[in-house]
Design a protein around this ligand. Sequence first.
Ligand SMILES: CC(C)(COP(=O)(O)OP(=O)(O)OC[C@H]1O[C@@H](n2cnc3c(N)ncnc32)[C@H](O)[C@@H]1OP(=O)(O)O)[C@@H](O)C(=O)NCCC(=O)NCCS
Length: 375
Amino acid sequence: MERSVTDRGLREIVAAQTRVSDIDGQAGRLWYVGYDIRDLAGKISYEEVVHLLHELRLPNQAELDALHDFMVEEREVSKFLRELMPTLAQQTSPMSMLRTSVSAASAYDPDGWDDSAEADRRKALRLIAKTPTLLAMYHRLRTGQEIVPPNTKLPHAANFLHMLLGLEPSQEDAEVIDTTFVLYADHTMNASTFTARIVASTLADMFSAITAAIAALKGPLHGGANEESMKMLEEVGSPDRAEAYVRDRLERHQKVMGFGHAVYKTMDPRAVVLKRLSKETGERHGDTSWFEISEAIERTVAEQKGLFPNVDFYAASVYHTLGIPTDLMTPIFAVARMAGWTAHVREQYADNRVIRPGSEYIGPRDQSWVPIDER
Ligand SMILES: CC(C)(COP(=O)(O)OP(=O)(O)OC[C@H]1O[C@@H](n2cnc3c(N)ncnc32)[C@H](O)[C@@H]1OP(=O)(O)O)[C@@H](O)C(=O)NCCC(=O)NCCS
């Protein structure tokens, strides 16, 4: 049967059923298991979101405590990864390090090649627990600083900031990073989640699926946009230069990073929260310049192109103000998205059919083979 591409980029194709999250692109809404992100952000912890996405319901206190204890216990990484890290810190970019070390983490997972649902749940939680440690360790090594061990008293996201910067974050900063993790935790069938589900659909293991997801997130059209947004803020330098910068970019048909979205046709609901956090965090740290430059860019892009900021745009100034280096912004997205990726992989395993779409052949037909010396 002749088949043709009806939808480049598969925008209108529904590729899977999910109970994990949902989006209304026209209304600018996002739900985790039916809970509106606007109600969750700032109210529940990342650990609660992990439970929600994996168990499809919010935890009670005892369940949350048990999850927290398991994840705290799993924060340390294997000797193999600790030995690998100095080379990765010297030779690879942060996303390449994460992709390689998540793949390598499979070597010493206590559940080995057990692919039971229970083993996969533990593997998922271990990945969520360990990836912040990997990223912090990488950064400390590449900057010649002492590695900071996980702090068992701190929650997941605050502990990450502690291991990265070597300082216990203020309560306010701890809450801000936690909220960003909540906002990044899942986002339906984006490119990296779809990638993870495709790999899972072949019944390859959890580590393979997540390694592939990290690879998909690496590209600037998906995860790299928060870093590119920060570079843009630095290049613009002050609010009064925003308009000229944006006009110039658009005239040269270049994209303004952190704007536009494949699904949202209005403001990304996560960007609404992050915009507020960008302002508040800037005020608390005594420097609102990044927020002001961001706002000026947002205004101009809306006027010139009618586009809205996505999650990555205001995340950039929030993370920068928290002291996070620009090139760690995409891997932090990956570290937070670990909750959603692993939940989707488990969902795929639970009701699987190998994902194998068709293609439209557009090359020549009925060619005649000729020997190499006659070509
Ligand atoms: C996210 C993104 C890939 C969505 O792509 P998409 O759904 O394929 O949207 P399109 O690329 O078809 O965009 C439609 C139009 O808006 C323009 N557009 C989209 N995003 C734009 C941006 N960030 N800056 C300038 N123009 C943009 C496109 O050039 C196109 O214009 P045209 O109709 O004149 O050709 C795209 O908006 C983008 O590249 N954004 C910047 C990267 C980014 O922030 N990524 C993070 C996503 S969470």
